[in-house]
Write a protein that binds this ligand. Sequence first.
Ligand code: GCW
Length: 698
Amino acid sequence: MKNLLFLFVLLSTLCRADDGYRLWLKYDLIKDAARRAEYAGAAQFIAAADKSPVVQTAAQELQAGLQGLLGKPVAMAPGAGGKTGGILLTVDANTNTANAEGYQITRRQNNIVVSAKTPAGVLYGTFALLRHLQTGQSLANLALSSSPKVKIRMLNHWDNVNGSIERGYAGSSLWKWYELPERLDPRYRDYARANASLGINGTVLNNVNASPRFMTTEYLRKVAALAGVFRPYGIKVYLSVYFPAPKTIGRLPGADPLDPQTQQWWNAKVKEIYGLIPDFGGFLVKANSEGEPGPQDYGRSHADGANMLGKALEPYEGVVLWRAFVYKADPKGDRFKAAYEEFKPFDGKFHPKVIVQVKNGPIDFQVREPFSPLFGAMPQTPLAMEFQLTQEYLGFATHLVFEAPLFKETLDSDTYAKGKGSTVAKVIDGSVHGYPLTAMAGVANTGSDRNWTGHTMGQANWYAYGRLAWDHTLPSEQIAGEWVRMTLTQEPNAVKRITNLLMRSRETYVDYTNPLGLHHIMGYGIHYGPEPWLDRAPRPDWRHTYYHRADSIGVGFDRTASGSNALALYAPEVQKQWNKPETCPLPYLLWFHHVPWTQKLSTGRTLWDELCTRYYSGAEAVAGMQKEWDAVRPAVDPEIFDDVAGRLAVQRKEALWWRDACVLYFQQFSKQPIPAPLPKPERTLAEVKELVDIYQMR
Ligand code: GCW
């Protein structure tokens, strides 16, 4: 009897074991019998009269989804033919949506009708309906409608030809270049499904530090094979460009963008690409940045380079995404201003095919950054937002950091470009300046790990990015809740706890790593762990003392008129919010001010005491996260539970490194005790440095 019981428990555990592969598209049987019956009654058949591949994809996904959720097959009917009680997927040019990719879901004559102007809209509507069912919502008064706010919603993969991923923490690349085009890994399709379910409609396959290989016919055939898998999911492929490709591959003497030979080479290359991939999305370019070649090597500007590619794309639909992530090694300058100074003078001078892609902040995907001043400064140039999903500066795949609040913080910031309400989101979506092209990019956090993102909770960042690229007005909390219910559990208490855990995670990470606006003090090169003491590097702006400027007086980078004056790049209203240390919001304080250790802050504590308090409370909060996670154990899959619990334990350990490293390091300048009742670190600065050094070893 006992043995039997053991077997039963073991079996049920095994059956439940979930490796995370299915992401938020689990389609597990709905436990609530009444809800299941309600759905079954409304989904007796699926009718998708439109034969386009994208609509047929939608129908198949719906069928697979319903089979799982209802636990029984749902038939595909050729058309409604007067029948009721089914789901109709229809392309209808008269659907009342804001744009071609939007959808409407209504109940008509006892059918559920998913309708859109285009097949892609039907696909997105179908996934929205599935989400509605997956999250267990009622069908009474079903009426959903939504349209994407930006046109190009893409992932950027920093994947290399050898299968490695720059700043990737979830295994190796999904793309198996040596097997393509002959063998198509089934995973390519699942990748496309996941993206399409969010409305992502583009993917840049290769690293912006690009290999010229991708412009060879040999590799373009491989790319075409992937495009073929993604096409029925409404996803276009894009490629990162190695700027001197005409020289490396075309054997031209150079790649000067104003040389007619260069232009001709690109024209021919683009023609070749479209011959292989008729719906090719376009190019992403990192030029004259961090050692990558570019037009400046030929005495030309970023605009010359971008416009040359724009011209080559003229006969086709594709676009050029030209990155603004550039900064010169200038010991007297402020890296904060670099992109603005390079690009602002070219506003209005770009070819209509060009979008300038700007990172959310002026430096580099730090734990918190003020929005890039370029967002307020380019009325005549379409700007794309670049977010980073992979946690380069956010603890890799070991720290739990839900990024939606970070994305929202940037998107909701007001640039005042055209008066109050000119938020970054509204600049990006074209509503402030009427940009004809609109785009958002997320540097992917996916890899070959079975669960795609290493940390199971990292899936939530992919999910949140996709949802916000579709509709930047969605609240972070709603996104978190959806993801939890589709991915982890439906148990209401657990949903609440995990949603809260996600929602607080980013601020917690800020507290134990870079509180009060500190930035760029992470481990050199690998960008992991603390290294505020770094004062030697090949370039001044790769030294961390450059950013925090700690001295006997205080800490922080004076970017007001008395310092680098980077603040002047913002609209006067923005400057006003940040220009005085007494009124600057604490999250941005040390971004803009060098503040005395003894300065009293709005919290009533001195800067030094506040800094310590945050480092300690942040590290303590991780222990709180562990407790919260323990409390949801009965409600989540055991394999996922263990995965997250293990990673939280690493996070706790490393939060303590960060805390001890930073308070001990800055204490050398502040010369003040750790404020009571906080306990003194149990180790010396030398000891923490040694630990951090291990992670820097070859
Ligand atoms: O954040 C930095 C990374 C580089 C990256 C670069 C970029 C792809 O450390 O690894 O290179 O940004 O965005 O180009």
